[in-house]
Ligand binder design. Structure first.
Ligand SMILES: Nc1nc2c(ncn2[C@@H]2O[C@H](COP(=O)(O)OP(=O)(O)OP(=O)(O)O)[C@@H](O)[C@H]2O)c(=O)[nH]1
Ligand SMILES: [Mg+2]
Length: 392
């Protein structure tokens, strides 16, 4: 968006808290999107190449009327009611038609993903990313998604309708009634705010032995400096264990680098615990990958969009973990997208589909707890649906 970070945060808060929004909006810093807010002072070229249905300049209060009375603008400082009015004016119009189309299918009809959905679809509702994670691993119906996500079945039908429309689904004949969910949403890391918040730092950490609580080992991997250590530190409820030494590699500008592993832990809402391991990024420690991924239940690949060829990085990690990927859920988090918008998440989705892979793809800032939680939630959702499939 090219807006100051404080304004992005303010927009996020208003959108989250507003009860007057007629459609579900989420604030994204990557494109494509329905509404693009651009800095009024940015070069005109930025405004002339919109990749959004609506491009709205942000201007100083009072400037709007003087400069272009007929033009839609948003004034600074932002007033909540003006932002809400703008969002209601340009609300995505297709949703009701999409819902109607999707409802033509039975709520028991099952489908799975043939590629990760477009960001335009995923950004329509915060739950869609987790539902897509379920669909990436197994065929689901609107009815079963509704149980998994604990949301209205009609919302799930709408989602399937949108996916069908963009050609991301394949339907299967079989229809079965869903079982009550055993893991989600209780098994979600608690994030910083709202219903999904990380446990407050509790040094005693581990749940009591013999309580039947489960233990999940997840591994974070990715190139040097992408933010594996940062991501684990962002969510670990105990002081993370990191094996850092001074960084002698001048190609990556940071003070330290991991030479052994990172380790952190998180307690889920239901008492289950996550053990998080980070691999060292330097290629001379590649031998650690196999050791760390042994017994893991999920793998998060972090990519840095500011690196010279992040697509090649992705290919390197998919190849390096090919064996593990056959048996365990994986999700991909891409950092520094706001400053380096290409490749887009949709470009990554296409590259994965070309390899026959459907993996959750999320924009992630490893310093932000909520972003890391969202990435982990896609892994937990995949683990849950595989668990259900394996159940007798
Ligand atoms: N501005 C910005 N900084 C980021 C972002 N993601 C990561 N960083 C910074 O990049 C650095 C990443 O460092 P680490 O967490 O040590 O990276 P790592 O992947 O563990 O690196 P190795 O262990 O050397 O492989 C940290 O200083 C983060 O604050 C981002 O999206 N934006
Ligand atoms: Mg590290």
């Amino acid at each position: 968006m090219g807006l100051p970070q404080v304004e992005v945060e303010l927009l996020r808060i208003i959108v989250r808290l507003s009860s007057n929004l007629r459609s579900l909006w989420t604030v994204s810093e990557s494109q494509p999107c329905d509404l693009l807010l651009v800095d009024g002072d940015a070069p005109a070229a930025e405004r002339q190449t919109p990749s959004a249905r609506f491009v709205v300049p942000m201007v100083a209060r009072g400037e709007a009327v003087a400069a272009a009375p007929a033009r839609r603008t948003l004034a600074r400082p932002i007033y909540a009611e003006e932002l809400v009015a703008l969002l209601n004016q340009v609300a995505p119009s297709g949703a009701s038609g999409d819902a109607a189309r999707a409802m033509v299918r039975s709520i028991r009809a099952r489908a799975s993903l043939i590629r990760w959905p477009s960001q335009v679809t995923l950004q329509r509702h915060p739950i869609y990313v987790r539902l897509a994670a379920a669909l990436s691993k197994s065929a689901q119906s609107a009815e079963s998604l509704s149980v998994l996500g604990r949301i209205d079945v009609q919302e799930c039908s709408t989602f399937l309708g949108l996916l069908e429309e963009e050609g991301a689904l394949t339907w299967s004949e079989e229809a079965r009634a869903p079982r009550p969910s055993g893991l989600a949403p209780a098994a979600r890391p608690r994030s910083t705010s709202g219903a999904c918040s990380l446990a407050s730092a509790d040094a005693s950490g581990w749940p009591e032995q013999g309580t039947g609580m489960r233990d999940f080992k997840l591994v974070f991997t990715g190139p040097m400096g992408v933010g594996k250590t940062t991501a684990i530190a962002a969510i670990s409820e105990t002081a993370p264990i990191a094996t850092e030494v001074a960084n002698a590699d001048t190609s990556v500008a940071k003070a330290t680098t991991t030479v052994g592993l990172d380790f952190g832990q998180v307690t889920l809402d239901n008492g289950d615990r996550l053990r998080l391991y980070g691999t060292p990024g330097q290629s001379r420690f590649d031998f650690m990958w196999k050791i760390l991924v042994r017994d893991a239940l999920g793998l998060a690949i972090l990519l840095d969009n500011s690196r010279p060829d992040p697509m090649a990085d992705l290919a390197q990690y998919l190849d390096g973990f090919a064996g593990a990927l056959e048996r365990m859920p994986c999700a991909v988090g891409v950092s520094r997208l706001p400053s380096h918008p290409t490749p887009t998440l949709d470009d990554y989705a296409q590259a994965l589909a070309a390899r026959g892979l459907v993996l959750p793809l999320l924009a992630v800032d490893p310093r932000r707890k909520d972003d890391v939680v969202a990435l982990i939630e896609t892994l937990l959702m995949q683990i849950e649906v595989l668990d259900e499939e394996a159940a007798p």
